[in-house]
Design a protein around this ligand. Structure first.
Ligand SMILES: NC(=O)c1ccc[n+]([C@@H]2O[C@H](COP(=O)([O-])OP(=O)(O)OC[C@H]3O[C@@H](n4cnc5c(N)ncnc54)[C@H](OP(=O)(O)O)[C@@H]3O)[C@@H](O)[C@H]2O)c1
Length: 361
């Protein structure tokens, strides 16, 4: 049976360490987990079984393995040390017999986005970013439809637009909407992106390094590598949609509490084909995975054992190809979830009513 491994790591230190080591998660503070993570070896998490292609019937098996660093630790430590720990974790995948390796969350953000890591390992590597892009944009389109926001007249924004995932999301949305804000910390790469993307049939594009312009956007796709939230409730337009692809999240938990007139959805969740059992609770309901995990699994189902999505510049062709492969094997955009809870049609209706009331006031 063909096999894969996927590297995860603690994002919310106390909650995520508790999922594997309940005692340590309870007694250690967040700072202590950050500190000790530097000395912790890679951790075997679980075996993944039951994945079955809907088109070929092929079954594959995989493993979750963890690199112990938190996002903050990965940003603080010298790049070489972080690479070394991820490569050590990749070696564990090789010993398990994995034929494909996926880099989860921040293990794909650090440094050159997987290039150095792939060079240091024998097993082929992917970041999963190409399918993450495809699913994030599909989610925004779908959310626009349920919130009755006609795409061709809409104003959208991509936060983190100069990033690996953000730039291709911006490229795709620029073909859908009337106006597109490209938002980030540094103006120069955003201006360059604007010049690259501008052209006939593309939306009007506006660059900003300030978050307050979000008050003009009906559709927001946010995908920064910030280690704290960047989107605050006061920025947002009643009735707007925010698709948060970033892990750790970009959207403040306060947004959900303070604004019942906005649809905030978790980006990047997909249905996995077959009776999958991850034997580990990573925060999703049964049968669902992150799009980046799905890319790793889809490549294994396809038998494409080669380095796949690597580096900071991802092409449209790669996004289209992985979408075709994933759909062929039965992966699909999953229903909407918000802060890890399902969003029902009734809740969407309530959000729309609240938005109308707020707009009248
Ligand atoms: N949901 C999924 O399935 C999935 C899969 C893969 C990755 N992810 C997540 O996606 C996120 C982005 O990944 P990436 O590979 O695209 O990262 P990246 O290439 O490092 O890009 C990050 C972007 O965020 C911007 N940024 C960073 N801090 C910011 C802040 N405080 N305010 C505004 N903009 C800020 C950066 O701008 P500057 O360059 O100007 O700093 C850059 O444009 C990460 O959180 C990662 O964990 C999710």
């Amino acid at each position: 049976m063909d096999t894969f491994a996927f590297i995860i790591h603690p994002i919310d230190p106390k909650r995520d360490v508790s999922r594997k080591f309940p005692f340590l998660g309870r007694v250690l503070t967040e700072r202590q987990i950050d500190f000790f993570s530097t000395f912790f070896p890679p951790v075997y998490i679980s075996e993944i079984e039951g994945i079955t292609s809907t088109s070929t019937g092929k079954q594959v098996k995989g493993w979750f393995i963890a690199a112990p660093y938190t996002p903050r630790r990965m940003m603080e430590l010298p790049e070489g040390i972080v690479y070394r720990k991820i490569v050590q974790t990749g070696r564990m995948a090789e010993r398990l017999g994995a034929q494909m390796l996926g880099l989860g969350a921040f293990t794909s953000v650090i440094g050159d986005a997987g290039v150095t890591i792939a060079r240091s390992l024998d097993v082929p590597v992917t970041t999963g970013d190409a399918y993450t892009i495809a699913i994030a944009v599909q989610a925004v389109r779908e959310a626009a439809s349920v919130m009755d926001i006609p795409l061709c007249n809409a104003t959208a924004a991509v936060v983190g637009a100069s990033g690996t995932i953000g730039r291709v999301c911006a490229e795709l949305l620029a073909e859908d909407v009337a106006r597109l804000y490209l938002i980030g910390r540094r103006g120069e790469p955003l201006q360059e992106l604007r010049e690259q993307l501008s052209g006939p049939g593309r939306s009007e594009m506006i660059v900003s390094t300030k978050m307050d312009v979000l008050s003009n956007a009906q559709l927001i796709l946010t995908v920064t590598s910030a280690v704290h939230d960047v989107i605050k409730p006061e920025y947002l337009l009643p009735g707007s949609v925010v698709c948060d692809v970033a892990r750790p999240r970009d959207v403040s938990a306060m947004v959900a509490a303070a604004r019942n007139d906005i649809l905030v959805i978790d980006g990047g969740m997909v249905d996995v084909p077959g009776p999958v059992d991850f034997h580990f609770n990573f925060g999703f309901p049964e049968g669902k995975s992150y799009a980046c995990m799905a890319e790793t699994i889809a490549l294994t189902l396809e038998g494409r054992f080669e380095d796949y999505t690597l580096g900071k510049h991802i092409t449209r062709e790669r996004v289209d190809e992985i979408t075709t492969i994933a759909e062929k094997h039965g992966f699909r955009l999953s229903g909407f979830r918000s802060f890890e809870r399902e969003v029902t049609p009734q809740q969407i209706e309530t959000i729309r009513q609240n938005a109308r009331l707020r707009a009248q006031r």
